[in-house]
Every structure is written in C-alpha cells, then in structure tokens.
Design a binder for this molecule. Structure first.
Ligand code: AMP
Ligand code: ZN
Length: 467
C-alpha cells in the first residue's frame, strides 16, 4: 500500500509521492517555535505531529531532510526583550534551549537543520529585493517594504490557495505591519519593517533602510535556502494556514515563479478540558508544568499521539493518568518478552507490522494504529500466560514491537523507571562533556539533582540513580 495524506492545497487525501519519484528523498519544513516563552502543550501537539509525519516517512523507506526554523526575531519577542531589559540573543537563547530540551523529552527526532531567522538576514533581504524587482513588492515612505497582493494577483497568481478566500467579500485593508493580523482582512503585508525607537538595538541595515524582517518572509527565505525553490512537504498548526502560510506561498512563488510546496499538512488544535488554553482560565500548560505534576515526557507524547491530527484534541489531566496506565501495559508485555527472548534474535512477526502500517498509510490513522498495538499486547499476554512462546517467537514479537515503536517513539527500555526527560538531560550532559562544555555539563548535573537524580560516570557509561 502507498502512504496517503490529506493535502490542504487540494483539500483531499492524496497518495504522497516525492517531487522526484525516482528518489526516496523528501524535503520537509515545519514552522518552528517563536522563542519568546516556553512552548505550551498546544504547540507540542503540532511538533509531535511533525515528528510522527517524519517517522512515518522514514518507516516507509524515505530519506527525510527535516528542517524546522527558529523564529528568533518577531513582534512579541521584541516586546519582551524591551520589558526584560535584555538582549535579543540572551532572551531567545534561553527559550530556544528550553524548547530543544523539551523536544527531546517528548521523544521527537531532532530536525536535521534548525535555521535561526537572525542568521538569515542577507537571504531575507535578497528575497525581498527579488520581489521588488519583479514588481510584487514595494518600498513605503517610512522605509518598510510591503508585499502587494493586488500586483501579485495581477500577474495571474492566486492568493488564497490553502483557504478559499473570497477576496471580493473580504475587507481589504491598506496594509499591515503586524506579524499576526486580523483574519478578516486581506492587506499588503510587511516584508521588512523600518526601525522604530521601540525596537531598541534590534535592527539590521538593508537597501530599504534600517529595520528587521517580517515573520512570513523569514520562513520563505529559510525554507528555500534549506530545501530549494520547490519542495515536498510543509507542515504547521491549522492557525498558520492564513495568513502565515498563504503569505509564504505568495512571497515564494512571487519571487521564483515556481510552485512552492507540493504537499501541505496542517494539524488541528488542542483544547484543554474542552476550552481554548488561556492563562486566566488556569488551563495553560507547558511541558514543564505537566512534569511538575508528576507526568513524564513519554506519557505526554503518548497522549498527544492518541488523536488523529485533523481532529481537535481535548487534553485532560485524566487523559494523562490514562496514558500512564496504557504505557504500563505495553511495558509489562515488552518486559516479559525481553525475559523470554534472552539473547535470541528473529525477524519481526508480520501481523502487527502489517496492521500498523496499513493504519498509518491511511492518512495517519493513529487510532487504528494504537488498536493494532493493544490487540497485539492482549494476544501476546495470552500466549505468554499459556507458555506458548518460545525464545525465538518472543524475539520475533519484540522485533515487531521495535519496528512499530520506531514510529511511535514511546518504547522505554523494559524495567526502566527513569523518566524520558531525565534520560534526555543525561544524554545532553554527555554531549556537553564531549564538546568540552563543562559549564553546561555541570549545570545539567545540578538540574538533575534538583529533579531528584544523581548521575555517575562509570567505565561502562553513565548511571542514573534516584536520590
Ligand atoms: P508559535 O511558537 O506560536 O509560532 O507556534 C508554534 C506552533 O504551534 C505552530 O505550528 C502553531 O500552529 C502551533 N499551535 C499554536 N497553538 C496551538 C494549539 N492550541 N494546538 C495545536 N497547535 C498549536
Ligand atoms: Zn513559517
């Protein structure tokens, strides 16, 4: 069977084929975090979804180049830098590190490239100049540069490819300078924002004058640089369809004259206890908040992976308790299989892998994928109880689990009660030591201690012990 995914561009479920069907290479871009705060559990739903897409493609034999940008200059960031009386890099660096730590704790594979917007100013400027030269962008009197939707449409291009926008009925504003703007208005949007006093020292020189890039152009410039003018797959949360992704398409196609992305995937939003997350409702959770409540990254990952990506997911604390129980059932079964298998090895048994693949290939039908796992757990437990499993059969069952877990990414080692985020921190410390960054490795040791774990270096590697 072939992998089928919903494409927002065609509004239909389509067979996924890469641009170059003769190769197994896929270029995938996921809009990354705006690093002005800790990512919340809604953001994590989208990033875990991106990880599921990547792992599914890899499971299907594709070689994925996964790019996720870091938005480290944008309206909200500048406001906070000013409020905290700090520098841009110091401020964003802290949240970028926290984001990457959390990404690991959630068992997500690290993107191959994580370009920062502030490190791509020349590419951004060059792209804007191209748009100006092609007549679809213009410099305004205040030294900002804007994208002209009228001029773009005048060239026969479509603005509104992802959402059917009724441009005649929509309020057309003059122009918008904000990175996020009213969804009812279609207005010329800022590519380059002229320096204003509130920006402090966050500005760069450019042919249009001193200033900084708009949010949308950052993604066009970085994705084109990393993946080329046309690439396979672009992902994000559903709120990004308009204006962010629509503007990315307009900028990219306006500059290159080529189709920007073949396949667009959007994940639906997450609600908490049935409501939109907000600090005033007290239902706003970061991963760290949930860990403080006793959850592990692995449990959160499991829970986020239980719902289909195109359905709104209602996150509840009860659901988190259910995640612990469900993972416990898997761990118990896998633990018994490991004991039975000993050092035997065998090819994966077919049934689980076949059912699991068929479910995922059907537009990532994760509910059916989990059903195949839990049916397998039930049947395997029965076979174990009946003493019907030889060491080879147990090894074959384990190999099947390892294969499906290469997509699910929840498979803690049998018997291990070390939370995923503690393991992730320990791994980060090892990497820091290797890089001779002893300040960071000491800081991680302290962080582990504060979380109740001591780390020991032994000749066989590191050992983690609960205090
Ligand atoms: P941001 O850091 O605000 O740029 O958002 C990062 C990602 O999180 C984007 O892909 C958003 O679409 C996504 N996102 C924001 N809120 C939610 C939510 N409640 N549920 C799912 N995804 C979300
Ligand atoms: Zn983007």
């Amino acid at each position: 069977m072939a992998l089928k995914l919903f494409n927002t561009l065609t509004r239909s479920i389509q067979e996924f084929t890469p641009l170059d069907p003769s190769s197994k290479k896929v270029g995938m871009y996921c809009c990354g975090p705006t690093v002005y705060d800790f990512a919340h559990i809604g953001n994590w739903r989208t990033f875990v979804f991106a990880d599921l897409v990547r792992r599914t493609l890899e499971f299907s034999g594709y070689e994925v180049k996964h790019v996720m940008n870091i938005t480290d200059v944008e309206d909200k960031i500048i406001k906070r830098v000013r409020e905290h009386k700090t520098t841009l890099r110091e401020f964003t660096g802290k949240f970028e590190t926290a984001f990457l730590d959390d990404l690991k704790a959630l068992g997500c594979r690290e993107p191959h490239q994580k370009p920062r917007a502030t490190e791509h100013i020349p590419e951004i400027i060059a792209l804007i100049e191209k748009l100006v030269a092609r007549g679809v962008a213009y410099k305004a009197a205040d030294g900002s540069a804007y994208f002209s939707i009228d001029k773009y449409r005048g060239c026969g291009c479509t603005y509104g490819q992802l959402l059917k926008l009724n441009l005649d009925e929509m309020r057309t504003g003059e122009r918008v300078a904000a990175d996020e703007y009213e969804k009812e208005s279609v207005a010329d949007f800022a590519l380059w924002k002229a320096r204003v006093p509130e920006d402090g020292d966050v500005f760069w020189p450019s042919p249009f004058g001193e200033g900084r890039p708009g949010w949308h152009i950052e993604c066009s410039a970085m994705s084109i640089k990393a993946l080329g003018e046309t690439f396979d797959l672009h992902l994000g949360g559903e709120d990004l369809k308009f204006p962010h992704h629509e503007d990315e398409i307009a900028q990219s196609e306006g500059a290159t004259g080529k189709p920007f992305v073949k396949h667009w995937l959007h994940g639906s939003h997450l609600l908490v206890e049935g409501k939109k997350m907000s600090k005033s409702l007290g239902n706003y959770f970061t991963l760290r908040d949930l860990i403080a409540k006793g959850a592990t990254g692995r449990e959160v990952r499991y829970l986020l992976l239980t719902a289909h990506y195109r359905e709104t997911f209602n996150f509840t604390l009860d659901g988190l308790a259910g995640a612990k129980a469900a993972l416990g059932r898997i761990d118990e079964c896998v633990g018994k299989l490991r004991e039975l298998a000993g050092s035997s090895t065998a090819a994966p048994e077919a049934k689980l892998v076949e059912q699991f693949s068929a479910a995922l290939e059907n537009d990532l039908n994760i509910a059916a994928a989990w059903a195949s796992v839990f049916d397998w757990v039930r049947e395997t437990n029965k076979r174990i109880a009946e003493n019907a499993l030889s060491a080879t059969a147990a090894a074959s069952a384990l190999a099947a689990w390892d294969k499906v877990d290469s997509v699910l990414g929840v498979g803690g080692k049998a018997g291990s009660d070390i939370p995923a985020e503690i393991t992730a921190l320990a791994e980060e410390r090892t990497a820091a030591k290797k890089a001779k960054d002893f300040k960071r490795s000491d800081a991680i040791r302290d962080e582990l201690k504060a979380k109740g774990w001591v780390i020991e270096d032994t000749p066989k590697g590191i050992k983690l012990k609960k205090i």
